[in-house]
Design a protein around this ligand. Structure first.
Ligand SMILES: NC(=O)C1=CN([C@@H]2O[C@H](COP(=O)(O)OP(=O)(O)OC[C@H]3O[C@@H](n4cnc5c(N)ncnc54)[C@H](OP(=O)(O)O)[C@@H]3O)[C@@H](O)[C@H]2O)C=CC1
Ligand SMILES: N[C@@H](CC(=O)OP(=O)(O)O)C(=O)O
Length: 348
């Protein structure tokens, strides 16, 4: 089965990652490259400043960029759009695409916490796709919006899920060290970040705290119900190009040794049998004392695995460990594409 798809924000940092994830995809056929009026009408290679190390796929380089108007003819045969739009635009445009009958798989933060919009990590809460019927009925639309979380939230919830399922979780405390690509190409000036770190990322701590509780929660009737634990987060920007590192402290409900925690993380592989094209083992454990590191480990599982190391006892919490995710692959475009692959296989 081939499904025609489009990208909104195709010329941006995350849009480029979408193009890479969708190149030679066995199910999704890329049909529409949407961007601003500055870019629409130009060839992709002229409209976009390509930041990736691999060249622009040939068939994309000379394709014409279109607008992000859902009535644009380019979207006529498209069933799914992947959104890498700035959040303020996503807030108005994503509902318009859903209204036009499209399934919108969004990276943007705008709709994540809406009461009828699922915020999904396929390995963690696929049952939240169940909320789509409620959303369609609330919004009288044939299409729907499905979001994936903030890049730092993803690494946290994937690593917490097997611990929660086996031992329960009471408290979580996280300190992040986030790459500059998370803020976009011109988001952090080099003068601000070289020879430096910045102990603030606007809105990030609040997003991680609320999103983690939604994802690790359940569905109660027509509502989402938050997970039953407390979480506090502290976010920092560090001079790394790609790869968010997190230092995670967990107090479990039942006692657990670091070895037991490491084992449940290593065994965690819930979608293994489905053969989803972008799926990789969700957690890859490293035994060395000095791993994971962003430069060495971010491409593990083609950038789709969370790399966990230094699982050890903590005298205040139960256990602490370090987790790393590729923020623009697993934390953004890859997360959306995997959501769509699971949706098409199991829920469409
Ligand atoms: N899941 C996650 O945690 C992550 C999410 N993100 C989110 O993904 C989104 C994109 O981020 P990023 O790729 O870094 O951003 P960029 O600034 O690199 O790209 C923005 C894209 O949106 C397009 N765009 C801008 N203005 C308009 C407009 N008025 N109308 C139509 N299109 C427009 C741009 O087109 P043009 O080139 O023509 O200007 C470009 O394609 C953001 O919402 C960001 O927060 C990002 C990283 C990780
Ligand atoms: N704020 C994240 C990236 C991002 O865009 O997150 P969100 O999609 O939640 O706005 C970072 O800077 O690393």
């Amino acid at each position: 089965m081939n499904i025609k798809v489009g990208i909104l924000g195709a010329t941006g940092n995350v849009g480029q990652r979408f193009i890479q994830m969708l190149e030679n995809h066995p199910v999704f056929e890329l049909e529409a490259l949407g961007a601003s009026q500055r870019s629409a009408g130009k060839t992709y290679k002229d409209a976009c400043y390509w930041y990736q190390t691999e060249p622009i796929p040939e068939e994309i380089a000379n394709a014409t960029v279109v607008s992000t108007d859902p009535n644009d003819k380019a979207y006529e045969d498209v069933d799914i759009v992947f959104s890498a739009l700035p959040a303020d635009l996503a807030k108005t445009l994503e509902p318009e695409f859903a209204k036009a009958g499209k399934y919108v798989f969004s990276n943007a933060s705008a709709m994540r916490m809406e009461s009828d919009v699922p915020l999904i990590v396929p390995e963690v809460n696929p049952e939240h796709f169940g909320m789509l019927d409620v959303q369609k009925s609330n919004r009288c639309s044939d299409g729907a919006i499905i979001t994936n979380p903030n890049c730092s939230t993803i690494g946290a919830v994937i690593s917490l899920k097997p611990i929660m399922d086996k031992f329960g979780i009471d408290l979580v405390n996280i300190t992040t060290m986030q790459a500059i690509s998370g803020a976009g190409y011109s988001g952090v000036p080099s003068m601000a970040i070289l020879d430096n770190m910045v102990p603030y990322i606007g809105g990030e701590e609040e997003k991680m705290q609320t999103e983690a509780l939604k994802i690790l929660g359940s569905i109660d009737g027509n509502n989402f119900k938050n997970g039953n634990f407390k979480i506090g987060v502290s976010c920092n920007r560090v001079p790394v190009i790609d790869g968010h590192t997190e230092s995670i402290f967990v107090k479990t409900t039942e006692e657990a040794t670091p070895e037991e925690i490491a084992k449940v993380m290593d065994d965690f592989d819930p979608l293994k049998g489905l053969n989803l094209p972008s799926y990789a083992k969700p957690i890859v454990l490293r035994e060395e004392n000095d791993r994971p590191q962003p430069r060495l480990d971010r491409n593990t599982g083609n950038g789709m695995s969370i790399v966990v190391g230094r699982v050890r006892k903590d005298p205040i919490f139960s256990v602490k460990y370090t987790a790393l995710e590729h923020n623009t692959i697993r934390g953004a475009a890859g997360a959306s594409v995997l959501n769509a692959e699971l949706f098409v296989q199991k829920y469409l």
